[in-house]
Ligand binder design. Structure first.
Ligand code: C2E
Ligand code: CA
Ligand code: CA
Length: 763
């Protein structure tokens, strides 16, 4: 049941409504309501109107004049003096129980009948607490004849305080206005109650001791034109509690009621209307997704609960807000519990920095089938190293937005820093590949964070084997994405055969060391042919490994391992040495034969590179212009200032640089201007389909045009047949290399094939 509550906002709202009603009808929150009300009285405190004067029969009066209740003679004296001072209205709050001798009673009767001031006398009822019998108490008729009767009942709450006051009451069969109503000049009389506003400070009422009046110690002007109330404030008088304060004599509550009416008619709106507002707010709280908006809303509600009633009470409007607050607090608690449950459930399934679902979440998604795609942002670490966390989050959001757009809205999971995984629901085929190509295009434009432009280089890996568990498939896709990155491809599919070969690859490094030491490695040379003359102008050195048992092992299988295992430097210098020796052999016959060597990006970092190249060139007495170093496009893209500086030093020496596998990265030629290369080698994936694919034709043609306009030569690799060769010639490609014009062969064979041992006239 609680579960359903957290999921359905309607049920939660209904519960809030129920709690609000319970608080309203049951008056459960009254103590809190009262405390808040009393606090508001203090905040709004202001002086009384000053139109009412209390003549107090206080302890001092008792001491000087005599013990209470006073007899008729004592009261008569007081009344006469007050009338003489010019009181407008006079209320004598006495029960006339002990009037003294008949003479003294007559004295009072005569005094009352001769008053100039309007005379008010008290009438009230009482209810026996035991029997419930009601009795009415009216002043003796001989006095009442000269007076207007007013009701002086008080409503004392369970907490001993007087919160509300009657407009009037039925006493002796007549509806009498209350003393408060008359002094408050209210003409609307019923038996309804109204809230007494204690903001009018009872301590600021004008209070005069009856003894001072009787002993002539008071200036008569103080009473002229005032409503004067005579009442007991002595120790023995009836006392009740003032809300938020101590006890006060009963007469003061009548005056407080009068002061309330003097500043306006109080209206009680009750708790219904605030509750309706509270329910709207609760609905908003339950619907809102963002926590900060909810918190802001709650703070606003708290502020309104304090300020709202204060403002309303200034207009004499009273509301009860506890039922509304109970409803809002209920909604807020439900929301809090729901979000705690959610965060408990999603614990461990989100990335801490970015808040994205992670692989754990992918596993829980229980998706099956489809193609698992992993996207790796190769330069992620470099980018985020300089970004504050907030911007990293923004970067991820933008990457994910592009990925999800390109992947047709599939949910993306963040596996690692810069690695994202999703499940494409169509089966392997052109669908997914087309998506990936679209994605490549999407990522060609940089991401903008604040004012920074960030270029991303992304590769994709696929796992198509739907029978395995998702977590395993995600790892496989990741391995494939890494393979693609290493091989400079845009995407790669996971190849289970490579798992079977795991044993072999694990011991690969040791075997490689052994191979270099034992002459198992050798270098093959593939001719580079000038398109116009058809003559061989050079060769690319390609490393070969003839393993005693495994036979021919191709570089694709061990170059990456050599790079990761720190053997690439050794391997490269082995090939370089071999290549320069071969070049020297051929050039010795007065030819101009250039030699190309592949340079791993890792070597661009090495301080040894330039001195080693220099030393080897010197050793074979070869002009630097005859050596070409091939660097892959993807590696130059990722290269920093130090690596570019190394390339520039080589270039200044006269060594030629070539950008290999061009087209597999996303460099613009604009970018390539920064690299001091003299040659661009278009990747064989574009060349092999040249006579079939229109888009490849456009790409190759425009690359040739642009490279020429930048003064670079163009080499096409992977030329496999005559058609392609013809097409390339038509496009004015400079040099071709491929199985059609010559396979990689041992140097002796190359020399033999192309007659390189004869002196050339062209030299
Ligand atoms: P690469 O630099 O793109 O070298 C060209 C590759 O294309 C060679 O593969 C070559 O045999 C192959 N190839 C040439 N013509 C054709 C053709 O018409 N069709 C097809 N399908 N392929 C052709 P190989 O020798 O297996 O080398 C593969 C990669 O290994 C090279 O790609 C290069 O990146 C790397 N590599 C080879 N030798 C070295 C080396 O000494 N040092 C470094 N760092 N990498 C090397
Ligand atoms: Ca190459
Ligand atoms: Ca290549």
């Amino acid at each position: 049941m609680t579960r359903a509550l957290f999921r359905s906002p309607w049920k939660a709202l209904l519960l809030a409504l129920f709690v609000g009603f319970a608080f309203g009808i049951g008056q459960i929150g009254e103590p809190i309501e009262n405390i808040m009300q009393a606090a508001r009285f203090k905040l709004r405190s202001h002086p009384a109107s000053g139109s009412i004067v209390l003549v107090a029969i206080d302890d001092r009066s008792v001491a000087e004049i005599g013990k209470v209740p006073w007899n008729g003679g004592q009261l008569a004296g007081l009344v006469q003096r007050l009338d003489a001072a010019g009181a407008r209205r006079l209320h004598l709050d006495s029960d006339f129980a002990e009037l003294g001798s008949p003479a003294q009673a007559a004295q009072l009767e005569s005094a009352l009948s001769n008053l100039r001031a309007e005379l008010l006398l008290p009438a009230r009822f009482s209810i026996d607490l035991v029997t419930g019998a009601r009795s009415d108490h009216l002043p003796p008729a001989r006095f009442a004849r000269h007076a207007r009767l007013v009701n002086t009942n008080l409503f004392v709450w369970w907490d001993g305080a007087v919160w509300q006051h009657p407009e009037g009451a039925i006493v002796g069969g007549r509806l009498l206005p209350s003393l408060g109503s008359v002094l408050g000049r209210s003409d609307q009389i019923s038996t309804d109650l109204f809230h007494i506003d204690y903001a009018a400070d009872v301590r600021s009422l004008t209070v005069v001791s009856a003894s001072d009046i009787l002993n002539g110690r008071i200036r008569p002007q103080l009473l002229a034109g005032k409503d004067v109330v005579v009442g007991r404030t002595d120790f023995g008088a009836e006392h009740h509690r003032v809300p938020g304060a101590t006890h006060a004599p009963a007469i003061l509550f009548h005056l407080a009621a009068a002061e309330t009416l003097l500043s306006g008619r109080p209206v009680n709106l009750g708790w219904g209307l605030p509750l309706v507002l509270g329910l709207f707010l609760s609905a908003a709280l339950l619907q809102l997704r963002r926590r900060w908006i909810a918190v802001t809303l709650l703070s606003a509600a708290a502020a309104a609960a304090i300020a709202g009633p204060i403002m309303l009470e200034e207009q004499q409007i009273h509301v009860q807000i506890i039922p509304a607050m109970a409803a809002i607090i209920t909604a807020a608690l439900i929301r809090l519990v729901a979000s705690l449950r959610r965060s408990y459930q999603t614990r461990g399934t989100t990335n801490i920095v970015t808040g994205m679902p992670n692989l754990q979440a992918l596993q829980r998604s229980q998706l099956n089938g489809g193609v698992v795609v992993a996207a790796r942002v190769k330069n992620y670490a470099q980018i985020t190293a300089t970004l504050p966390p907030q911007q990293e989050k923004e970067l991820v959001e933008q990457i994910v937005a592009r990925l999800e757009f390109g992947a047709g809205g599939a949910t993306t999971y963040q596996a690692d820093q810069g690695v994202f995984v999703w499940v494409a629901d169509n089966n392997m085929g052109d669908g997914v590949i087309q998506q990936l190509e679209g994605l490549q295009a999407l990522f060609r434009s940089p991401i903008v964070i604040e004012t920074r432009l960030i270029d991303l280089s992304i590769t994709f890996g696929l796992d198509v084997d739907g029978s395995r568990p998702l977590a395993q498939r995600a790892s496989s896709a990741l391995v494939a994405a890494d393979d693609a990155a290493r091989e400079g491809k845009r995407w790669a599919s996971f190849n289970p055969a490579s798992v079977e070969d795991a044993d072999w690859s694990m011991s690969l490094l040791a075997r490689l060391d052994h191979a270099i030491d034992n002459d198992e490695l050798w270098v093959a040379y593939q001719p580079k042919i000038d398109c116009r003359s058809g003559r061989v102008v050079g060769a690319e050195a390609l490393v070969r490994w003839t393993h005693p048992e495994k036979g021919q092992v191709y570089p694709d299988q061990f170059i990456a391992a050599a790079e990761q295992g720190g053997r690439i430097e050794r391997l490269t210098y082995f090939v370089l040495d071999n290549a320069l020796a071969s070049a020297a052999r051929i050039n010795g016959r007065r030819r101009r034969f250039s030699i190309a060597v592949n340079l791993s990006v890792l070597l661009l970092d090495s301080e040894n590179l330039v001195p080693t190249v220099e030393a080897l060139l010197a050793r074979y007495n070869l002009a630097p212009q005859l050596l070409t170093l091939e660097v892959t496009e993807t590696s130059t893209l990722a290269s920093g200032a130090a690596q570019i500086a190394n390339l520039e030093r080589l270039s200044r020496m006269g060594v030629q640089l070539s950008i290999d596998d061009y087209g597999t990265g996303f460099s613009t030629l604009e970018y390539l201007k920064r690299i001091p290369a003299s040659e661009i080698k278009i990747d064989r994936s574009f060349i092999s389909m040249l006579n079939k694919s229109q888009s490849d034709r456009i790409m190759v043609n425009s690359t040739i045009q642009l490279a020429h306009s930048l003064g670079r030569k163009v080499v096409a690799e992977g030329v496999e047949n005559e058609d392609i060769l013809r097409e390339l010639k038509r496009m004015r490609c400079d040099i071709v290399q491929g199985f059609h014009t010559g396979r990689p062969v041992p140097i002796a064979e190359l020399i033999e094939q192309f007659g390189l041992n004869r002196p050339s006239r062209a030299a």
